[in-house]
Ligand binder design. Sequence first.
Ligand SMILES: CC(C)(COP(=O)(O)OP(=O)(O)OC[C@H]1O[C@@H](n2cnc3c(N)ncnc32)[C@H](O)[C@@H]1OP(=O)(O)O)[C@@H](O)C(=O)NCCC(=O)NCCSC(=O)c1cc(O)c2ccccc2c1O
Length: 141
Amino acid sequence: MSFRTRRIVEFRDTDAAGIVHFSAFFPWMESAEHEMLRSLGIKVLPDSHDDPSVTWPRVSVSCDYANAARFEDWLDIEVSVVHIGRSSIRYEVTFSRQDGSGGAVPVAKGATVVVCCRLRPRGGLEKVAIPDDIRVKLESL
Ligand SMILES: CC(C)(COP(=O)(O)OP(=O)(O)OC[C@H]1O[C@@H](n2cnc3c(N)ncnc32)[C@H](O)[C@@H]1OP(=O)(O)O)[C@@H](O)C(=O)NCCC(=O)NCCSC(=O)c1cc(O)c2ccccc2c1O
C-alpha cells in the first residue's frame, strides 16, 4: 500500500540542460512524505519544545535517476513505507511521468530513513520508540 500524489515540473526545477536538476527531487520527496503524514493525521512537527509529539530527523537520503523529466511534465509520486523499525522508518518514493500513449515512464526512485525523536531544549534530539498509534497508522498505508 502507498500514498500517491502529483506535481508539475516548474521552470525553476530545471537546469541549463532543460531537464529537472538532481537536487529538485529531494524537497519533492520531503513534501510528499509530509503530505502522506498529514493524510494519516500524523503531526509533521511538534508545536513547541513542550509538545510531547515526536519529530522525524533524517539519517539517510538517496535518489537514483532513470529518465529525465522536463518543464511542465506532470510527475506521479508514490510514497511507500518499506520498513518500520524500533525508532526508524524507511520510505521509498517513486517518480514517474506519462509517455505519449498513456504508459508510465520511471523517472527517479528515492529513499529516506527517518528516526523518531523527541525534541530536547536547545534543539537536541533524542531517539525514542515509534509510538504505537503512529506505527498502526503507517502500517495501514
Ligand atoms: C537521529 C539521531 C539522534 C539518532 O542517533 P542515535 O545514535 O540514537 O541513532 P542509532 O544509530 O541508534 O540509530 C537509530 C535508528 O536509525 C537507524 N539508522 C541510523 N542511521 C541509519 C542509516 N544511515 N541508514 C539506515 N538506518 C539508519 C538505526 O538502524 C536505528 O533503527 P531502529 O529502527 O532499529 O531503532 C542522530 O542520528 C542524529 O541526531 N542525526 C542527525 C539528524 C540530522 O541532523 N538530520 C538532518 C536534518 S533533519 C531534517 O532535515 C528534517 C526534515 C524534515 O522534513 C522533518 C520533518 C519533520 C520533522 C523533522 C524534520 C527534520 O528534522
